[in-house]
Design a protein around this ligand. Structure first.
Ligand code: IYR
Length: 280
């Protein structure tokens, strides 16, 4: 119901009630989250700029919000910023990585890694201000059973990576192989199995990332057919990751091309500058 009032001596119409707008709706919210996540990239060149403990704490709290089998929360996050400890982790990781690149990886694996231009040198393990070593618990701290521990920890790591990205920081989902050394170097108990090693920080000045394409939605999402039968592919067959998959000219069923899907292919494998700020 409206009525008039005085404001700085002027008459103005005044409403006791205004329309209630309950947010923009799930489509816009889901798209906005996607737009943020589409800017996430794995980074291998870190700045030594410090990141506060508090930031790491919030990110790990977010990771701890993940669902887990029987709510056993079978994860441990070991945050390392001491230079001597980071050096020991790097030395042990590089020892394994030298073996990996010289002997353990087969030719196909090395070929698949070529576009990433990785190698046994892991300077980022010392440069990044934080290393978060993620451990999967094989039993609870009290010795009890855990369930779907790998799935649970994988989901928690997804939350962690999203939180790190949301904080405007970058990370690498690093997998020194094998990574059993982490338990020894970090002095962890026998019910903790090393799962991933995640350097966290800011990207180095002039940091580049490889030009890689993400699969189109049509390649990762299949709808049921709507008539009780299984769905059939609608647009094209799934293409291998990073092959440039499919033609750019095929019209997309989406209202407008979302950011991050199908990045340019021209310079693939050579590395390009990050054109947008990483993290919003
Ligand atoms: N662990 C090695 C090799 C490596 C393996 C995969 I799969 C990658 O996606 C990237 C690297 C390394 O970190 O260099």
């Amino acid at each position: 119901m409206g009525f008039s009032g005085q404001c700085f001596g002027m008459e103005y119409p005044h409403e006791r009630f205004v329309a209630f707008e309950p947010g923009a709706g799930p489509e816009a919210a889901a798209r906005a989250f996607y737009e943020v996540m589409s800017l996430r990239r794995s980074v291998r060149a870190f700045s030594d700029r410090t990141v506060s403990r508090e930031t790491i704490e919030w990110c790990v709290r977010a990771a701890g919000c993940a669902p887990s089998g029987a709510h056993k929360q079978p994860w441990r996050f070991v945050a390392v910023d001491e230079p001597q400890l980071k050096r020991r982790v790097r030395e042990a990781a590089e020892h394994e990585e030298r073996e990996f690149y010289a002997r353990r990886a087969n030719a196909k694996w090395l070929e698949d890694l070529a576009a990433l231009e990785t190698g046994p040198d892991k300077a980022f393990l010392e440069t990044a201000p934080w290393l978060i070593a993620v451990f999967r618990l094989s039993s609870t701290d009290a010795g009890g059973q855990v369930y779907y521990a790998s799935e649970s920890v994988g989901i928690a790591v997804g939350f962690l990576l999203a939180a790190i990205h949301h904080a405007g920081l970058v990370a690498l989902t690093h997998t020194p192989s094998p990574m059993g050394f982490l338990r020894d170097v970090l002095g962890r108990p026998s019910n903790e199995r090393a799962y991933l090693l995640i350097p966290v920080g800011y990207p180095a000045k002039g940091c580049t990332v490889p030009t890689l394409a993400r699969k189109h939605l049509d390649e990762i999402l299949v709808w049921n057919a709507g008539d009780g039968t299984p769905s059939v592919p609608t647009r094209r067959d799934t293409s291998p990751v990073g092959d440039g998959g499919g033609d750019e000219d095929t019209p997309s069923p989406q209202p407008s091309p979302p950011a991050g899907e199908r990045e340019p292919e021209g310079t693939r494998g050579r590395g390009v500058m990050i054109r947008r700020r990483v993290g919003v």
